[in-house]
Design a protein. Sequence first.
Lengths: 114, 113
Amino acid sequence: ETGVTQTPRHLVMGMTNKKSLKCEQHLGHNAMYWYKQSAKKPLELMFVYNFKEQTENNSVPSRFSPECPNSSHLFLHLHTLQPEDSALYLCASSGQVGSPGELFFGEGSRLTVL
Amino acid sequence: AQSVSQHNHHVILSEAASLELGCNYSYGGTVNLFWYVQYPGQHLQLLLKYFSGDPLVKGIKGFEAEFIKSKFSFNLRKPSVQWSDTAEYFCAVNAGGYNKLIFGAGTRLAVHP
């Protein structure tokens, strides 16, 4: 149990579908993150939210749309994805942006785009 | 741009062998350095971290890492590995006092009994 819960754990979708990934943290943290983990590649930072405000968008295509309604919840809305978007999507949280602290990761949502 | 290089993608060892995984980063200023581990089927978790002070840091499960500023390196070591150390290890750098961790590509370690 990490304190960061991601759902669903596995998702298969077609290129025309619309789906969402959900992340919830129970650690009282203020910052939340989306990372993409692909085989044999470094983890790619996608988005950072601090106190519900987006502070980082790492040139992510618009087919990925994040939403952070409060400091405990983070969503990643997916639409018209491509097969190369298949990957493990990791959510993380930390105490606050600007503090060089530890990130706490969820177990990830494995996405397959057909 | 900041980057992190991990020299080995796959390492295979027998139990009781010594381990050293290389990590180099590119950033000229103050850095905070991390090693994370991902056991099969589990989430990424922190192994150890360096912020300041003694450049030799000790983490969980007998792991340690040494920060060598002149070499921009933060290598991970363990004197005697166990089968349970089989996992993927990621080096990460947080530069500029901002919680934007840049990760390396990871090293997959397999320890045979």
